[in-house]
Design a protein around this ligand. Structure first.
Ligand code: GAR
Length: 191
């Protein structure tokens, strides 16, 4: 078991954040949430964190002249809270190699699609993966599939996917914290 301190990055409502907080509170994820950071001051995720007494810090993208300055500010906050695992829970910014290098193999993302995905697919789902320098290209930890039903709207499908996100993201973080993930090239083995 590792002594992990999670730093959770969000941009909006934070429903994935809520599912992770619940899993930590239940004792399912044996780790501490050290800080929640949002790139928007009005992100509801910050409020959810504050309600739980978790440090909640806005790091506002447009306050910085360049992306590199924004990322340095993010890293400074994460390091100030001694974060060991970065969790992207609905964080809507692409992170450059500068950021990724600082936490190589220690950044997890949830993506609301089965990766790689194509238009017109008959199943949808979500993917938890390690973040590398590419776009949604890191080794996949877990996926869940849901059917695309006749008459689905974007909203009904997204809600079906989100339910699965709230299941597989905490489960993946648990596996990481329990040191049960082994990356072998582009494959992740679960011990
Ligand atoms: C989630 O559906 C997540 O998969 C997606 O944003 C939503 C955030 O919802 N993430 C991405 O699109 C990342 N590229 P939440 O704030 O309620 O967790």
């Amino acid at each position: 078991m590792r002594e992990e301190k999670l730093g959770i990055l969000c941009s909006g409502r934070g429903s994935n954040l809520a599912s992770i907080i619940e899993a930590v509170e239940r004792g399912d994820i044996p780790a501490e949430i050290a800080v929640v950071i949002a790139d928007k001051a009005d992100a509801y995720a910050l409020e959810r964190a504050r309600e739980k007494g978790i440090p909640a810090v806005p790091v506002i993208y447009r306050d910085y002249a360049e992306r590199a300055d924004f990322e340095r500010a993010l890293l400074k906050e994460l390091q100030a809270h001694r974060v060991t695992l970065v969790v992207l829970a609905g964080f809507m910014r692409i992170l450059s190699p500068i950021f990724v290098h600082a936490y190589t193999g220690r950044i997890l993302n949830i993506h609301p699609a089965l990766l790689p995905s194509f238009p017109g697919v008959k199943v949808s789902g979500c993917t938890v993966h390690f973040v590398d320098e590419g776009m949604d290209s890191g080794p996949i930890i877990m996926q869940a599939a849901v059917p695309v039903l006749e008459g689905d709207t974007e909203e009904t499908l997204a809600a079906r996917v989100l339910e699965q996100e709230h299941r597989i993201f905490p489960a993946s973080i648990k596996l990481y914290v329990e040191d049960r993930l082994r990356t072998d090239g582009r494959k992740v083995h679960i011990l």
